[in-house]
Design a protein around this ligand. Structure first.
Ligand SMILES: [Zn+2]
Length: 292
């Protein structure tokens, strides 16, 4: 009986070895030096880098691939591995990670995921989730938000910065996962106000970038200068919200606070009162409702 069992174990090992060897040979056979230049090879490189930091969801690869050298340096040593996850409000998944992920800042990711580092106190979680839910709505219907920004806030979202943008801003910009909406022409992370002012969050010390150490600057494309304060007419319209780098952040702050103290806030709350219930829904999910 024991002899039979031993024989089966040895046979199993031999089969596994032969199979693995065959598989490796086949893979080797199809590898080609030209692969190095293909986007998939670049993504594979990022996969190796990302899995070391607990970033093993394929949905996150475009976000990770978008990091500049400064973004990579700012995130060195972080760990975004999923500690546990639970169902969140409105079809979302709340993912708990370590406090090192995005320097402990809550954020959203594709697939209706809200990332909550475990350093966020329980008392602040509800408020934080409400803010992040706005970013989920923005991900679900980016076209509608882009249209609102253009018509009501004079903001146009671009995928690329203007050619005149100084290298000092480009090299120091802090990438924000909540603004990263891939797969749509409306996922522009470069906003422009009134065809002239380009706000951007930049690391205060680009040589030693820290995620929590960033300020918003405005590139004035007409006067070709960098402003460290928003233009006066911008403040008259938007007030002084805590996060001002992008309309998605302005909207999340104002909606969460139900802020109608500014013209921008009043327009947003009016728009949300009429369109909000529709815009909370996921248009992709709707398409998959089977016909009755
Ligand atoms: Zn936000």
């Amino acid at each position: 009986m024991i002899q039979q069992l031993l024989f089966m174990v040895v046979l199993g090992m031999v089969i596994a070895y032969v199979f693995r060897h065959l598989q490796a040979t086949t893979e080797e056979g199809f590898h080609d030096a030209a692969d190095i230049d293909t986007p998939s090879a670049i993504l594979t490189g990022n996969t190796a880098w990302s899995t070391a930091f607990g970033e093993d969801n394929p949905l996150d690869l475009p976000w990770i691939a978008s990091w500049s050298p400064a973004d990579q340096a700012a995130r060195r040593g972080q760990n975004c591995a999923v500690l546990y996850s639970r169902a969140g409000p409105e079809g979302t998944t709340i993912v708990t990670t370590s406090r090192s992920c995005e320097a402990g800042m809550a954020h959203t990711r594709p697939g209706d995921r809200i990332y909550l580092p475990d350093s966020i106190p329980l008392a602040l979680q509800e408020q934080t989730i409400r803010h992040e839910l706005v970013h989920i709505y923005q991900r679900r219907n980016p076209e509608a938000w882009a249209q609102f920004y253009r018509r009501q806030w004079s903001f146009i979202l671009y995928r690329e910065p203007p050619a005149t943008m100084p290298a000092s801003i480009l090299g120091a910009r802090r990438n924000n996962p909540d603004l990263w909406i891939p797969g749509t022409q409306y996922g522009g992370t470069w906003p422009c106000w009134k065809g002239r002012y380009w706000p951007a969050a930049v690391y205060t010390d680009p040589k030693r970038p820290q995620l929590r150490d960033a300020i918003t600057v405005w590139w004035d494309d007409v006067r070709r200068e960098i402003l460290t304060e928003p233009p006066a007419e911008w403040i008259a319209f938007f007030g002084t919200p805590t996060q001002n780098e992008h309309p998605h952040e302005l909207a999340a702050v104002m909606l969460t606070a139900e802020d109608t103290s500014t013209e921008a806030g009043r327009r947003l709350m009016n728009w949300w009162a009429t369109k909000g219930s529709l815009l909370k829904q996921d248009p992709v999910a709707e398409r998959f409702i089977p016909p009755s």
